[in-house]
Design a protein around this ligand. Structure first.
Ligand code: NAP
Length: 303
């Protein structure tokens, strides 16, 4: 099974239908050689888009990835690299930060992207996202910074993450290019985007949303909470109806069945789990199966 690509927006960019999330890369304890084997296997599967952020792994993941890419620079052209900026962590790697906060100022965005490019050993990002809505965001200033990154060629496309529809519209109103995605938490354990207008907006604008923690960050498998256990049973039952799919495959197929072209960001570094996820791409649930899982999540029938 080769994972296909789709366009996040009518103007681009191309993105693989499943994306590798690099948030946990430092936990995977891979050498550069192992990262390269991992990446090449993903590329062979058709998974070519990698999601980063400046802060992942306490500011270390981009450098781990970049050290691997430096050993095989020709791999860069086969990948789409996404990164984010706008969160400032208190960290030994950033001793000047006194308190965790957001910063969408021009100076921070430009400095953060320059640093990401250096860490990743690349001269452009396919996509830059503003990581979190910033209550102090000056939309004119943030938009101007994003446009200047596009004009300089350092960033090809821009988008946002965790934005409400009105926050999205405010920033979009100041840009001469589209925001091509909103990267949000969506899973059988996190239903809010289906109800709060976020996915409606994505469909209206014909942009594909990216779903972070599509398996609840692993809570579907490890949590002792009744809701997670109920969901796991429901996913397993539907998997049996579908000919023996696993709970993780059904949880992904549940997202893929939605008409908004939701793109799951896989958080595992386990290639077997990634191969299993790729098989889910061929599966669509019936309405009854989809609502059975919805009701297992809410704990009640729909009204
Ligand atoms: P996830 O895929 O929901 O969770 C990954 C976790 O689930 C890993 O610990 C993984 O363990 C475990 N897991 C996966 N399949 C499993 C299975 N079959 N059985 C048992 N455990 C399983 O995604 P996530 O890592 O939370 O998030 C994915 C990506 O979204 C991140 O890497 C990041 O790129 C992005 N993200 C973005 C934001 C944002 O604000 N924009 C926030 C959070 C995350 P193993 O490693 O052992 O497989």
């Amino acid at each position: 099974m080769r994972v296909p690509a789709l366009s996040l927006h009518v103007q681009g960019p191309q993105c693989s239908r499943l994306v590798i999330g690099a948030w946990r890369l430092a936990e995977w304890r891979m050498t550069s050689e192992e990262v390269l084997i991992f990446l090449n296997t993903c590329v062979d599967l058709g998974i070519t888009t990698i999601d980063h952020a400046d802060i992942y792994g306490n500011y270390t993941c981009e450098a781990l990835f970049g050290a691997a890419l430096q050993k095989e620079p020709r791999l860069r052209d086969r990948l789409q690299l996404v990164s984010k900026c706008g969160i400032k962590l208190v960290s030994a790697h950033r001793p000047q930060h006194q308190i965790k906060h957001y910063d969408t100022s021009r100076a921070h965005i430009l400095a953060s992207v320059d640093n990401s490019l250096q860490q990743l050993h690349t001269d452009y990002l396919d996509l830059l996202l503003i990581h979190r809505p910033d209550p102090l965001m000056n939309a004119d200033e943030t938009a101007e910074a994003l446009m200047s990154l596009i004009y300089s060629g350092k960033v090809r496309y821009v988008g946002v993450s965790n934005f409400t529809p009105s926050q999205f519209e405010l920033l979009a109103s100041r840009l001469n290019v589209p925001l091509v995605t909103n990267q949000i938490e969506i899973s059988v354990l996190h239903l809010e985007p289906f109800l709060d207008g976020t996915l409606d907006q994505c469909q209206r604008l014909k942009i594909a949303p990216m779903a972070w923690s599509p398996l609840g960050g692993g809570a579907l498998f490890h949590s002792s909470e009744i809701r997670a256990k109920r969901l796991y049973s429901s996913l397993t039952e539907v998997g049996q109806e579908l000919g023996g799919l696993t709970a993780d495959q059904v949880a992904l197929a549940w997202l893929l069945t939605h008409p908004a072209n939701i793109i799951p960001l896989l958080g595992t570094g386990n290639l077997d789990r990634i191969r299993v996820a790729a098989i889910a791409l061929e599966t669509r649930l019936t309405r009854e199966q989809w609502f059975k899982i919805w009701s297992a999540s809410t704990g009640t029938d729909v009204p």
